[in-house]
Design a protein around this ligand. Structure first.
Ligand SMILES: [Zn+2]
Length: 306
């Protein structure tokens, strides 16, 4: 066996709990704080008689444009619910999605007239609710600069993985790791495309916040010695191992694979990864130790840890 399959077979070695890599690290040890972020896709009126609006504005992409635009809104009768600004690639324009609940006498015609009169506003489009319910159908969803993104609820996503494990046993676990490795490599490309490889390597702890930004769990880079090819990553609230899941051995396969792919790409060398602590084993986090793969025989690649 070779390549991805090597690293994904016989996944885990239980934690010995004997060494805390962060003790030898100068990286910050404090766990990241939570600050929930909602991706607004659905709204309901708070009061009968009110209306919900999705206002899509094309505005000049220059400082002060959004402030001038929002200043045109009436002070009374308009409650802003969410605002999202997107750069329009290749043009000196920005796209603003404004979600608002309005109360009489303010109407969508009122807002269209006020906003259309703002010099920085190039185009106004307003969608209204249906029976006081509004769905944001803006499309496509873009993550970073690389193209389409997809949203799934974490429970539905992980239940699909659970089904794969239950129906295919250890083969399903290996597949999960291989899926993860592929996505991890893609994720590395996304990060490099966003911040550049030099920034990524010299600010690795900070760049790992991209992981957190995707909602996959809060990442705490505990130790990183890129020259030696040894990295320890702690993931709080790891979506793959949380909930009611319990396991006699560390459970994470998809995330473990993602870390293999991510750091193999960053270090431009094949990596192995062991989950040395796991939420599903009663720990308060999952922790992973990655090491540069040593040259090995096909037989050795079958050993735990890949
Ligand atoms: Zn875990």
């Amino acid at each position: 066996m070779s390549g991805s399959l090597d690293r994904c077979v016989a996944p885990h070695t239980p934690s010995t709990g004997s060494r805390d890599p962060a003790r030898h690290s100068r990286l910050p040890r404090r766990a990241p704080r939570t600050a929930p972020k909602k991706v607004p896709v659905y709204f309901r009126c708070t009061r009968a008689g009110n209306r919900l609006l999705h206002v899509t504005l094309t505005i000049s992409d220059r400082p002060g444009s959004l402030r001038s635009t929002l200043a045109a809104l009436p002070k009374d009768g308009v409650n802003l619910l969410a605002i999202n600004i997107t750069n329009v690639s290749g043009k000196p324009e920005a796209l603003a999605h404004v979600f608002a609940e309005i109360a009489p006498p303010v109407s969508s015609d009122t807002l269209e007239g006020l906003l259309g009169a703002v010099p920085e506003v190039l185009h106004v489009r307003i969608q209204e609710d249906v029976d006081c319910r509004l769905i944001d159908d803006s499309y496509p969803l873009q993550l970073l600069e690389t193209g389409r993104g997809l949203l799934f609820s974490a429970p539905a996503f992980v239940e699909a993985w659970d089904y794969l494990r239950d129906s295919m046993g250890s083969g399903g676990a290996v597949l999960l790791c291989m899926f993860g490795e592929h996505l991890g490599r893609q994720f590395a490309d996304d990060i490099v495309g966003a911040v550049g490889r030099d920034f990524l390597r010299s600010n690795l702890a900070y760049a790992m916040r991209f992981w957190t930004s995707m909602g996959w769990g809060m990442v705490d880079l505990r130790h990183a010695d890129l020259a030696a090819g040894r990295i320890t990553v702690r993931v709080l609230e790891n979506f793959e191992c949380g909930g009611e899941r319990t396991s006699a051995v560390p459970r994470s396969q998809f995330v473990r694979g993602m870390l293999i792919g991510l750091f193999s790409s960053i270090l431009e060398a094949p990596m192995t990864c062991q989950e040395t602590a796991c939420l599903a084993q009663g720990r308060s986090y999952c922790e992973f130790v990655l090491e540069r793969s040593p040259p090995k025989s096909p037989e050795a690649s079958m050993l735990p840890g890949g």
